[in-house]
Design a protein around this ligand. Structure first.
Ligand SMILES: Cc1cc2nc3c(=O)[nH]c(=O)nc-3n(C[C@H](O)[C@H](O)[C@H](O)COP(=O)(O)OP(=O)(O)OC[C@H]3O[C@@H](n4cnc5c(N)ncnc54)[C@H](O)[C@@H]3O)c2cc1C
Ligand code: FES
Ligand code: FES
Length: 1401
């Protein structure tokens, strides 16, 4: 008897199993497109290749399967096949399991039951698309940003307690939640029913900017407080490691959470002194706990607590073409695995296996979820070993080990300590809460605990489906290639031997970024000494993450055996380590091997010093420190009637903290809406030979394919010239360039089908680096030239000349909300409505009109808010809205396009990498007499706006120093990479870094302090700079001196010198930097803005203007302006959105000038209204605002006014240097930073940063401080860890999201972060209540970190006798710092041949 099972998937058949007498014959499909179909008769009838049902009918008559059967085609109705076969299958599976179950779980206290759940569906998909709970945000879908954090709770019937944990909804498979309760941000507070104290504090402490990360932050903290009645700050910081914020710089978020702690008073995390002070203070005023209202917490469902059914009963879900089997005993698991040998085992599904499920690419439709198998969840300990079940999560393991360590305090438990150290730094809480030891060891690494298991000699207990138990040493398992001994074997537990007497175990890991990051290299050491002679008995040294599997360096063991514990052994062993590892295939091999040697050195010393009870132990690693900070600003007068100048919270903070705020992907679907996805180039440079979308079009659910042939208007756009094709036509110029698009019913179908479009290319030579572009003269003809005096003469006459090169690399915006567009064709009169998260609504309107060939008045672009932009949502959003518009036009239905994080990062614009080649002439005293700089920008494949970035960067470079003879030339270089564009600072960060680096070089060359060199060359009040601006109210020296004083620069420098003299492996450095930032666009036509202000009958006011809210607090500031002019309370004023319908032709939101411009327009509109109302006000001086408005209506006074503002009369032409007016005014700021580095690993931490900033009379000091902190931290990323990588063969960006592009996390901000707004800052041309623009300039101060690091590295070098001026590369990654610190290890690894697959952008 043959039994057949056919799986219907969507409306096509995809997978079939054939069972013969319940012994399975398994015909796996070869790829996603191959279908096996077998008739339900007593012999296998036919099998065919095909994709859809239509193809199934057309299949040839004979097909050979694996050479075994030749079968005949048989035609019959597919429907009967599907039904009969799936019924048969269910009968079969039901024999193995109990009845098919319904998936039951709770969301925010509400029970949800799904009869046939689809195992592919993730929690985030279900929350957002089925429950419309869009507060949980999808920013990366990689488990690497925490935006999707929710709280998951279950009842532990053994421990009789409710367990809460934070989890990433983007990786959590819905089926894994059976019997659990999920709490989302909507479940803890709302604007209607009241905010949770955590949300309230986030609002009040200004922890919200764009707000895209906010719900995730709130849920992480909510879970943390539910689990920790007595939280510590360390605990809080650890909990937040899994949540990224690209806007705030974390300080205010941390501050908000400190204040939310369950005691209600924020005491828990305060120092003993502060506690005492507060206790005394509150002794008289009875403490109130009203901040923390427990009644708001969702109650854990009683049903889950009472019944054991959910966790102790076998479960089977059948849906979506898959069968999810969740046994609760090992016997059942083995039985199932025997029946379905190819079934996929899942635990936490946090590996590639999870993505295979989501992408429909499993080898068989059965998924075996083992998380509830009781035998796999045990943890035991005896005197010899700890045994950990395969299904034990990292969090459970950590808890168990901590208890173990407590209980065995007096005993040496270095294995336990090493395990805890390893667990501490694997991912973040959201991962540790679900990832299991079994899944970790069974998946292809490199993973952290794999190295440690090898080090300690762990053993793996497997059991086969024949119930045969096998114990395999982990070492043997690794050598066999990290695969279970057979696919039918199941890992049950891991035996981790405890260290024996005289044996010590250590583990260490160096990540790229501390907190939520994989290891660059990790290592473990197990050293046992001979009890008799104290010599080394055994030494095992293992390293991981250099290649796919960890390795034990046996030659090291051989060499060490029998030797005395002596430092002299170290160099010998390092030689062996280098010998063993030098042939590895890994990028950055020199660094990785140096880490391995450094780890050996550190661990060997630590163990030796412990065994030998050395009194003064060598200090390794960085000093532990917690975050703190202070903000100093002048609040003019809290009683003053003006609402401007007050630190009021972000206007949308309530909606953002509750998750109610709507971003584009949160907008409800139109009933006829479709999704689209790109068909993109897979070559860096090629001609397109042919395109065949037929396979994609055959996929059920695919509606259409679009490319350049479907563009009804013009297929090109561009800021200056229209030279960017919307869809590539003949040639592709970078990997990922859009060629076409697939339009489908769902985004998943569109994305899968797009991969099936066949494109043939004729490859062309590609240029991937700036140096290659310079060498091959691949440049735009435009040359920037700024000259002052006679440079050549100046150089010839200079006392000293110096030449050098300064470079900066690309930076990815990594805004949290990916680029998104929704285009709705209105059908009537060709109207099109575009929702896009753009910084330039008017340009989107113009270009969509241009692409569609319709007048601009038919295109309305609406932007409510955007989840971070930083300049990255400019030109790239024109592409997004354009392709979605063409697609929507073609199918005449709404089309939504949401970029995946990977596509966004790989193809969108970046900050321009630059190379500056300079020659400087100066006196012996350090006064610069002449300077020539040749600047080269890597523009990517197209000039775009690069020439403006270059011009502005060059003027920033020259903007602060008075150099009598100066010449700067700039060239835009073209490569086959995505086109670079605007990024916060627009060239100024690069320009500022370059000029300060030159000053640093001069300082080192002359031996004059860096600060002094800059002070002596600085402009003075009244000087005229290169673009002709007379520097009036030149506040920079004031900021500089204040900063120097506040940071105690001189004392700190001395203390650091002292510290460095006492520390060998950690060094500190301190440095200052400053910025001069021009505010106001050089092009006059961009210095204008409009606004529309409407007053309604109830006195409420709706303001609209041309600026876009991207988290910078623009709407809040505009509301403050309107409320101040109209003299009404701030809550009377509302801004709903920015739209081309209400305010036309607005300039883009960028350049730190948006508040000035739009504020001017809002002010103008409000003044017009005020003037109109004035006669009534004079007549009714006592009337309330509402009465006044009513009277105006009856008096037929228009209550709607449009405002307009233009900022100045003179613009600037870059070709006529020094003529006209380049900008309105300058913003100034100074920073002083102290860093510490680990010389053996290159890791650093920022110990302290002090910033003094001139923001004029701040319009909203809380928002401005937020901009300073957030901008600075983004600058820190640019200067340190953010590294965009490219595959050198394909030109594809190998950075694809926060998983491998490391923006600063909570651990990377200054431990002490003090910000001061310059008091009584004077200045001219500040149109908006004497305030100054602030968005971009603070980013430039990140350079202070780089110079401080350079100081620290130079201190390390001077210990090695190197007194050179080391050119620390930018970004100063751990690799750059480590190699810069030099020393014997670096010298030794220098001979290693590097063969990097990836190169820096
Ligand atoms: C955001 C993020 C950050 C991360 N950071 C780190 C990090 O810093 N350091 C690090 O080392 N790792 C890191 N990881 C990887 C992580 O540690 C592993 O993905 C995780 O440990 C896998 O466990 P799991 O329970 O999710 O396994 P699953 O994904 O469920 O399973 C993994 C594999 O093991 C197989 N398997 C599972 N159980 C068994 C069993 N009992 N018998 C036989 N086969 C089995 C599965 O079939 C699958 O092939 C990170 C992952 C993510 C998503
Ligand atoms: S969206 Fe889930 S972690 Fe980023
Ligand atoms: S506020 Fe955190 S990412 Fe924008």
């Amino acid at each position: 008897m043959v039994h057949v099972q056919v799986y219907p998937r969507e409306n096509h058949l995809q997978l079939v199993h054939l069972y013969y007498d319940f012994k399975s014959f398994f015909f796996s499909y070869e790829n996603e497109r191959t279908v096996l179909i077998l008739a339900l008769v007593d012999r296998p009838y036919f099998i065919l290749h095909g994709f859809s049902l239509n193809e199934f009918i057309r299949t040839p008559s004979q097909v050979n399967i694996g050479g075994q059967y030749v079968v005949n085609t048989f035609r019959f109705s597919h429907v009967s096949v599907v039904l009969t076969a799936s019924r048969m299958y269910k009968t079969y599976v039901n024999k193995l399991m109990e009845e098919q179950s319904a998936l039951v779980f709770f969301v925010n206290g509400k029970k949800i039951s799904i009869d046939s759940p689809d195992p592919k569906v993730t929690l985030i998909q279900y929350l957002r698309r089925n429950l419309y709970l869009t507060g949980t945000k999808e920013a990366c879908s990689q488990g690497a940003c925490g935006a999707c954090t929710v709280m998951v709770s279950y009842y532990n019937h053994h421990q009789k307690k409710i367990v809460h944990y934070s989890g990433n909804a983007c990786l959590t498979l819905l089926c894994s939640l059976h019997g659990m309760a999920v709490t989302t941000v909507e479940g803890i507070g709302s604007t209607r029913n009241g905010l949770h104290p955590i949300q309230q504090n986030m609002m009040e402490n200004h922890g919200v900017q764009c707000g895209f990360c906010t719900p995730g932050m709130v849920m992480t903290m909510y879970t943390f407080f539910r689990n920790n009645p007595k939280p510590t700050q360390e605990g809080m910081e650890r909990a937040l490691e899994g949540n990224l914020c690209r806007c705030t710089g974390y300080r205010p978020i941390l501050e908000s959470f400190k204040k939310s702690c369950p005691c209600g008073l924020g005491l828990c995390q305060q120092s003993a002194e502060e506690k005492k002070e507060l206790a005394e203070k509150t002794a008289t005023e009875k403490p109130t706990l009203e901040n923390y209202d427990k009644s708001q917490d969702v109650i854990f469902p009683n049903e889950l607590q009472k019944s054991t059914e959910f966790s102790q009963k076998n479960v089977m879900f059948v849906g979506g073409g898959y069968t999810w089997l969740r046994p609760v005993s090992l016997t059942k698991l083995l039985e199932l695995k025997k029946a379905f040998p190819k079934a996929t085992i899942v635990m936490g599904s946090q590996t590639v296996i999870g993505s295979k499920i989501r992408n429909n690419s499993l080898p068989s439709p059965e998924i075996l979820c083992c998380t509830q198998v009781v035998e796999l969840k045990r943890m035991t300990q005896d005197t010899q070993a700890i045994t950990v079940g395969a299904a034990v999560t990292f969090a459970q393991m950590e808890e168990f080990l901590q208890e173990t360590l407590k209980e065995t305090k007096e005993k040496d438990c270095s294995v336990v300590a090493a395990l805890l150290e390893a667990l501490r730094w694997i991912g973040a809480d959201q991962l540790r809460n679900v990832a299991t030891l079994g899944g970790h060891l069974m998946s292809v690494g490199p993973h952290d605990l794999q190295t440690l298991m090898l080090t300690v000699g762990a053993e793996l207990n497997f059991v086969s489906t024949e119930n045969q138990a096998k114990t395999i040493p982990y070492e043997k398992y690794v050598k066999n290639g990290i695969n279970a001994p057979s696919s039918t074997d199941i890992l049950v537990s891991v035996v981790i031997p405890l260290n024996k007497q005289n044996e010590k175990v250590l583990y260490t890991k160096q990540p790229f970024r501390r907190g939520m990051d994989y290891a660059i290299v990790n290592a473990g050491m197990c050293l046992k000494v001979d009890d008799k002679n104290g010599n080394i008995d055994t030494l095992r040294f293992c390293v991981g993450n250099i290649e796919e599997k960890p390795c034990s360096l046996d030659k090291v063991s051989g060499l060490a055996k029998g030797k005395t514990l002596d430092d002299k052994l170290i160099p010998e062993i390092c030689d062996v380590i280098i010998e063993e590892l030098k042939g590895c295939k890994a990028d950055s091999l020199k660094y990785k091997v140096s880490l391995a040697c450094g780890f050996f050195y550190k661990m060997f010393k630590q163990i030796t010093e412990t065994i030998q009870s050395t009194k003064e132990k060598t200090e390794f690693g960085l000093t532990a420190a917690l975050s703190s900070g202070a903000q100093y600003y002048d609040v003019p007068n809290p009683e003053a009637k003006e609402i401007v100048w007050k630190p009021i919270p972000h206007a949308a903070a309530k909606s953002l903290t509750t998750g109610e705020a709507v971003f584009i992907d949160d907008m409800p679907n139109y009933s006829n809406e479709l999704s689209m996805w790109f068909v993109a180039s897979t070559k860096a440079h090629a001609n397109i030979v042919s395109i065949d979308p037929s396979a994609a079009l055959a996929v059920p659910g695919v509606v259409d394919y679009v490319d350049c042939r479907d563009v009804p208007g013009n297929n090109d756009y561009g800021p200056l010239v229209h030279d960017i094709p919307l869809f590539a036509k003949k040639e592709v110029s970078f990997h990922g360039q859009p060629i076409g698009g697939i339009i489908a019913e769902t985004r998943e179908i569109a994305r899968a089908a797009a991969r099936l479009v066949k494109i043939e290319y004729e490859e062309l030579p590609a240029i991937l680096t700036l140096d290659e572009a310079i060498e091959k003269k691949s440049m735009d003809p435009y040359i920037a030239n700024h000259t002052n005096g006679d440079v050549d003469k100046g150089l010839a006459e200079a006392e000293i000349t110096l030449e050098g090169v300064v470079q900066t690399a690309a930076q990815e915006h990594l805004y949290m909300e990916p680029i998104s567009a929704l285009v709705v064709p209105k059908r009537e009169d060709n109207e099109v409505e575009v929702f896009v998260n753009t910084q330039e609504a008017a340009n989107c309107q113009k270009d969509v009109g241009h692409f569609l060939g319709i007048p601009f008045n038919r295109v309305s672009v609406r932007v409510k808010r955007i989840g971070g932009g930083f300049g990255g949502k400019a030109l790239d959003t024109i592409e997004a809205s354009g392709v979605a518009a063409v697609a929507a036009w073609k199918v005449n239905r709404p089309v939504r396009l949401i970029y995946t994080r990977a596509y966004d990062v790989k193809t969108s614009s970046k900050r321009h990498p630059v190379k500056a080649v300079y020659k400087a002439g100066f006196t012996k005293e350090g006064k610069i007499t002449s300077l020539s700089i040749d600047l080269y920008l890597n523009a990517g494949w197209n000039n775009g706006i690069s020439m403006f970035v270059m011009e502005l960067g060059m003027l920033a470079m020259e903007g602060a120093f008075n150099i009598p003879n100066y010449r700067g030339t700039g060239r835009v270089c073209l490569t086959n990479l995505p086109s670079n564009g605007a990024f916060r600072g627009f060239g100024a960060p690069q320009g500022t870094f370059i000029i300060h680096s030159i000053m640093y070089d001069i300082a080192k060359h002359t031996g004059i302090p860096f600060n002094k060199i800059r002070e002596m060359n600085l402009y003075q009040e009244g000087d005229k700079n290169i673009h002709g601006m007379v520097l009036k109210h030149f506040n920079l020296p004031i900021c500089w001196e204040d900063c120097k004083k506040q940071s105690k620069f001189e004392e700190t420098s001395k203390a650091i010198a002292e510290f460095n003299s006492k520390n060998r492996y950690r060094k500190r450095g301190v440095a200052m930097s400053f910025c001069v930032f021009s505010i106001g666009y050089p092009m006059l036509f961009m210095c204008q803005a409009g606004a529309l202000v409407n007053i309604y009958q109830d006195g409420s006011v709706l303001v609209t203007h041309g600026g876009i809210e991207l988290g910078q607090g623009l709407y809040t500031k505009m509301i403050q302006v309107a409320a101040t002019v109209l003299e009404i309370p701030v809550d009377k004023v509302y801004i709903s959105e920015t739209s081309t319908v209400t305010v036309p032709n607005a300039v883009e939101t960028g350049g730190s000038f948006v508040a000035d411009l739009n504020g001017g327009a809002v002010m103008n509109a409000c003044q017009i209204l005020k003037e109109r109302l004035q006669p009534l006000r004079d007549a009714m001086p006592e009337a309330t605002w509402e009465q006044l408005v009513q009277a105006a209506i009856f008096s037929r006074i228009s209550l709607s006014a449009s405002g307009f503002y233009k900022s100045r009369e003179l613009g600037y032409d870059f070709q006529k240097q020094g003529e006209g007016q380049y900008c309105n005014y300058n913003s100034y700021g100074a920073a002083s930073t102290v860093v510490e580095i680990d010389c053996l690993t290159g890791e650093h931490q920022i110990l302290r940063t002090d910033i003094v900033f001139d923001v004029g009379k701040s319009l909203n000091p809380a928002i401005d401080v937020g901009q300073i902190e957030g901008g600075f931290v983004q600058g820190v990323g640019l200067m340190t860890n953010e590294k965009v990588m490219i595959n050198k063969d394909t030109g594809e960006l190998s950075s694809y999201g926060p998983g491998n592009y490391k923006v600063p996390g909570i651990r990377n901000i200054p431990k002490e972060f003090n910000v001061t707004l310059l008091k009584d800052a004077q200045g001219e041309n500040r149109p908006l209540y004497s305030s100054k623009g602030i968005g971009e300039p603070p980013l430039l101060l990140g350079a202070s970190v780089h110079f401080a690091l350079r100081e620290a590295v130079n201190a390390a070098r001077s210990d090695q006798g190197l007194s050179d001026n080391y050119k620390l590369a930018c970004p100063a990654t751990p690799e750059v710092i480590r190699m810069g610190c030099a020393g014997p290890i670096v010298k030794k690894v220098d001979a290693i041949q590097e063969n990097n697959q990836n190169i820096q952008f």
